[in-house]
Design a protein around this ligand. Sequence first.
Ligand SMILES: C[S@@+](CC[C@H](N)C(=O)[O-])C[C@H]1O[C@@H](n2cnc3c(N)ncnc32)[C@H](O)[C@@H]1O
Length: 300
Amino acid sequence: MNERTAFKPVDRETAGTLSAAEAIQYHYDNETRFFSLFLDETLCYSAARFHLPNRAEPALDNLYDAQWAKIRFHLDALQLKPGARILDVGCGWGAILAAAVTEYEGRGAVGLTLSKDQRDHIESRNLKGVEVRLADVYEAELDGPYDGIVSVGAFEHFARPAMNKAEKIEAYTRFFEICHKNMMPGAFLSLQTIVWDTPTFEEAKTWIPETVFPQSDIPFIDEVVTASHPLFRLEYLENRREDYILTLDQWIKNLKAKKDVIIAEWDQEKYDFFEHYLRNSKLAFARRKNALSRFVLKRR
Ligand SMILES: C[S@@+](CC[C@H](N)C(=O)[O-])C[C@H]1O[C@@H](n2cnc3c(N)ncnc32)[C@H](O)[C@@H]1O
């Protein structure tokens, strides 16, 4: 086994003591090479967009095209003019930042992440106009106003498992206040997040994978709407659990195809942990515990 990459899953008790940055680094700083073995070439680590609205059958049949459809969905939602500057809260390995300055003729794209591996990867790409900051959106001094903001797959980390509904809404409200303060009037915020589809708050609590994503809880749709409504007008909402089922199918397939490589370069424990978590995630969507929402919000 390669000592530099030893992976030790945390227990529940330890998971509950991690800071926001430690919790993110525990999951995401498992080496960019490792994630590249099961993600597609865009390195998007969030649901792709296989479906068009109001169509049961997927419009696309491969992950790469569906990830690009997702990237375009969010950037189109911002209705950017050439020379625009955007902020990506939770930018991952930078797919949206890169597209913003190339395909969308953006002047600048600033990404926030709490993962050092992701920051290093983006910096190594040397993309003109792209800047990545290792910073917590709740604490960073942001240099707005931006012409648009995207946030894909980060909202899932903004609430803590111990929070009740009112506390979650308060945490989300603070996020929307930060975005509002750093956007031009009338600008768009395109937000993608996993949501609870369980009928009750209590049932959702039993499904929180605290040792996979420590210090995280995901929203119910009504919590996002309540928290954003005073500052943003809801322009569009889609809710497609099938998009995540198809994405996870492909990630699981890719991971299994690289099983020998992963065990040789890291160890069996790391492989088992990730396979188990990806399978359980798929189950949560298949059993309608979770769904996947995209909100397009216009700053009031
Ligand atoms: C599931 S990844 C999604 C990455 C990327 N948007 C994508 O779709 O591939 C979650 C991202 O949110 C970031 N994140 C989570 N909480 C954050 C916070 N409080 N401030 C800044 N970034 C955060 C993580 O560092 C990571 O980049």
